[in-house]
Design a protein around this ligand. Sequence first.
Ligand SMILES: [Zn+2]
Length: 199
Amino acid sequence: MLMFSFKKCKVENCHTYALRDRDICFHHSLDKEAVIDNLIDDLKRTKRIENTSIVNAEFENVDFSSAFIGFSNFAFCTFRECTFNTSSLISNFFDYAVFERCEFKDLEARYNVFSGAMIIKSDFSGSNLILSSFMGADCFQSNFNNTDLYFSNFSLSKLISVSFEDSNLKRCSFQSALMRSVSFRYSNPEEASFKGARL
Ligand SMILES: [Zn+2]
């Protein structure tokens, strides 16, 4: 399987992955804005982001819709008012990322990791989100309505005012999750695991 380069940043004692086509990481790049502008220009032109590692960057009002985003690492990035509608997201890392007012409608997504992410006022409705990890994520005022969450993992997450209506929860885990005002209307929570969850 393709994956972002495991080449590490050349700066001494930096263990972060280097940017694609460079020998340093985003943090150690002196032209961070140019790095992000290039990424967005490439995205506009090709509708693809692949094998890219960009950690702790900020994206605001970026249109990632109808794109293929795969085998990439966006850990600790912040996404504000970005749209990913009708995109394909395959095997990406969004660990500890922040998503605020983002749209992920009608995604084709699998094997993505959102562990420890903060998801605020975001909309995943109509998406195929199978085999995704939201372990330890904090979700507020967001919705996963009409989604397929087969074998996805929300264990140890905090879910406040989140809805999973008319969704497939087969083999989905909510183990030890903390939940307030969570709706599972028209879904199949009996096929999910809630062991240790606090409702
Ligand atoms: Zn570095």
